[in-house]
Design a protein around this ligand. Structure first.
Ligand code: HEC
Length: 161
């Protein structure tokens, strides 16, 4: 017991000596440096968060002929004029016995390429082709232009990436 106490005291003393060794002006500078270093770490973390957010929003490489503007426009069409959301859900994860999941990499009616997604949306899915027997009308039955189909296909393509 006593031996332990002595060791404990010695440790405290050693730490105290260690602290005072870098005392005075040096310690003020040291703290500044430490603050600067931790500020840098925080900044680096913020950078990483931003990079991740950008990667989430924008897949690495868009297919040929697809622009970021089209993807953005397509997102609006998906939940708006295209009425895709009503059968495929707000997040594109599908609705059982209705629209298929568009976020996974399992495709029932396309091969996952941008071109095949455009084609699928243009023609729809017949009740014979549909896994649930529920058909998808051409263009989802919505009154959207071919350009809007291209844009919404661009958005759907990003969902599965
Ligand atoms: C009336 C409901 C309905 C609407 C509206 C609708 N879909 Fe579909 N969609 C379906 C059904 C049903 C399928 C086939 C699901 C199956 O086979 O299980 C399908 C399939 C698809 C597929 C093929 C998925 C695959 O796995 O190959 C894509 C892509 C797609 N829809 C995109 C869209 C887009 C984009 C819109 C909006 C323009 C839209 N759909 C609107 C019902 C709908």
């Amino acid at each position: 017991m006593i031996a332990k106490k002595i060791w404990g005291l010695t440790l405290v003393a050693l730490v105290a000596v260690g602290l005072s060794a870098c005392g005075g002006d040096a310690s003020a500078d040291g703290n500044d440096e430490a603050d600067a270093a931790s500020a840098q770490v925080v900044a680096a973390e913020a950078d990483m968060d931003m990079a991740e957010a950008e990667m989430d929003a924008m897949p690495q490489e868009l297919p040929e002929g697809v622009t970021a503007a089209m993807v953005e426009e397509g997102e609006g069409i998906y939940g708006g004029a295209g009425i895709c959301m009503s059968c495929h859900g707000a997040t594109g994860e599908g609705i059982p016995n209705l629209g298929a999941d568009l976020t996974d990499d399992e495709w029932l009616h396309t091969d996952g390429t941008y071109e095949s997604i455009v084609e699928n949306i243009m023609t729809g899915v017949t009740s014979q082709e549909s896994s649930s027997g529920v058909p998808m009308p051409a263009k989802g039955g919505a009154a959207i232009t071919d350009e809007q189909v291209n844009a919404v296909a661009a958005y759907v393509w990003t969902l599965s990436q």
